[in-house]
Ligand binder design. Structure first.
Ligand SMILES: Nc1ncnc2c1ncn2[C@@H]1O[C@H](COP(=O)(O)OP(=O)(O)OP(=O)(O)O)[C@@H](O)[C@H]1O
Length: 243
């Protein structure tokens, strides 16, 4: 079954067509990957389907429901959560506060501390345990390693209980042991029924983790299929190697 689909999605910046008439299908309940050379439009595509930027043309649908051009919080309410290429962790908030702010993004910190719901605090602690950083609950964001920030960001995404999770370069800048841990978490969460869409340059991770791969080149999907199908596709080699 298709989960997130786009038809003719297009977004230009000045003369650059960052996403160019992209019609793609990501499978519901599966781990999908979106790959492509630098500058091929992957992040812009993400930004279009999560409402961070409005596409110039085309539509995005989540299990058939049109989500094109909705504000980010409405897309989040429809069930899509996302992480960012460069982590979004508040440096002067503790790990726990970072998670509480994820559920009430508009509350000032003072109000947040006074009004934190016990259920939210319990959920935040469960998620910290789940991603393996429960011992860092009181540590400020700025004192975390980059890998720990990535785990915190993933816990933050999970606070909203999204059924579809978009991860932008989860392995980027992360050590190999942690890459394995993030991969295992993605698998576990997927086994519980969550759909993933992962933008990633680490091909080992993409090939071992994903069920379905979409390849972008210059803003357009040039191949879609299983990891093996995509790996053997001459258009993909050409895009990456310029041969
Ligand atoms: N806000 C912007 N203003 C102008 N040009 C932009 C903007 N965002 C992206 N671009 C351009 O759009 C194209 C696609 O960029 P995008 O970041 O979406 O690619 P990407 O595949 O995510 O790249 P990478 O793998 O390097 O993260 C590039 O040519 C980029 O320079």
């Amino acid at each position: 079954m298709s989960g997130l689909t786009t038809t003719g999605l297009t977004k230009s910046f000045g003369g650059v067509r960052a996403v160019d008439d992209a019609s793609v299908e990501f499978l519901d309940g599966r781990i999908n990957a979106l790959i492509g050379p630098n500058g091929s439009g992957k992040t812009t595509f993400f930004n279009c389907v999560t409402g961070m930027i409005r596409p110039d043309a085309g539509t995005a649908r989540l299990r058939g429901a049109d989500i094109t051009g909705l504000a980010p919080h409405r897309i989040a309410r429809a069930g899509i959560g996302r992480s960012f290429q460069l982590c979004r962790v508040f440096p002067r908030m503790t790990v726990l506060e970072n998670l509480l702010v994820a559920v009430r993004p508009r509350s000032p910190l003072g109000a947040l501390k006074r009004s934190a719901q016990p259920a939210d605090v319990a959920k935040a602690r469960d998620l910290l345990t789940r991603v393996g950083i429960e011992h860092l609950e009181h540590v400020e964001g700025r004192d975390l390693s980059y890998g720990q920030q990535k785990l915190l960001e993933l816990a933050g995404v999970l606070m909203a209980d999204p059924d579809t999770i978009l991860l932008d370069e989860p392995a980027g800048g992360v050590n190999p042991a942690l890459i394995d841990r993030i991969g295992a978490l993605v698998r576990e969460l997927n086994a519980e029924g969550r759909t993933f869409l992962v933008v990633e340059h680490n091909m080992d991770m993409v090939m071992s983790l994903s069920d379905h791969v979409v390849v972008f080149d210059r803003g357009r999907p040039i191949a879609q299929g299983t990891p093996a199908e995509v790996r053997d596709d001459p258009r993909v080699l050409e895009a990456y190697l310029g041969v």
